[in-house]
Design a protein around this ligand. Structure first.
Ligand code: NI
Ligand code: MN
Length: 227
């Protein structure tokens, strides 16, 4: 599986035949390395309604004619703006032509926040995506939670994309604990550099993960790695 960072929490996961995109925040993302028009994917997976995650999901899905896979309330929000959707909910998954997508719990809010309205879009989620027999866990925005242990016990994870930026999500200490809970084969840190309050050095985190015997790959925007 190839995981590519497109900046902030936006990543693609692909198996050479199919690709999905997580949290496609590209317009106004100071780290973005592609424009929304350059994205070619089979599905769009926004973890929650916050602008740095929902991002360009709707225009990308509409342009490509591919589904947005998201928690029900967020999916209905996207459908209202003309996107094809696959509404799921926490703990539920579905088999699609390219692989399996399952939504996991995440401890975070989810709303589309504009100048005069905060529109609730259900709970935030994480994603377990299985392509050609390999599974990536994109945790979305979340704090540490004990059921990460359960996720690790029930699903062998090839690569876990975990937030480490603190402030809005887990910081490095809790993310190291998450690695212990999840027992993934590899880890990619995320959500640590796009904005001032979350600027963190991912390499110290990477050293601590490697000390647990788990591969940790820091991906700068535009970089990719094979797992
Ligand atoms: Ni958020
Ligand atoms: Mn965020």
């Amino acid at each position: 599986m190839i995981i590519r960072s497109l900046g902030h929490a936006c990543f693609t996961a692909g198996d050479g035949k199919h690709t999905v995109i997580f949290d496609p925040f590209l317009t106004d993302n100071p780290e973005a390395v592609v424009t929304p028009e350059e994205v070619r994917v089979d599905a769009v997976l926004p973890s929650h309604g916050h602008s740095d995650h929902l991002g360009d999901a709707i225009p990308i899905a509409r342009r490509l004619g591919v589904p947005i896979i998201a928690p029900y309330e967020l999916a209905m929000y996207c459908q209202r703006f003309g996107a094809e959707v696959v509404p799921l909910h926490i703990g539920g998954g579905t088999d699609l032509a390219f692989g399996r997508v399952k939504l996991t719990y995440a401890t975070h809010g989810s709303a589309v926040v504009t100048d005069n309205l905060i529109e609730y879009t259900g709970p935030a989620c994480g994603f377990l995506v299985t392509l050609s027999g390999q599974t990536v866990y994109h945790a979305g925005d979340t704090g540490l939670f004990g059921d990460m242990r359960l996720i690790g016990e029930t699903t062998p994870i090839d690569v876990a994309v975990l937030p480490i930026g603190d402030h809005f999500t887990m910081g490095a200490d809790d993310a190291v604990r998450a690695v212990e809970f999840l027992q993934p084969k590899a880890v990619v840190p995320t959500h640590y550099s796009a904005f001032d309050p979350i600027r963190k050095d991912p390499h110290e985190f990477a050293r601590r993960v490697e000390a647990l015997g788990v591969r940790c790959v820091v991906l700068a925007p535009g970089e990719e790695a094979e797992f």
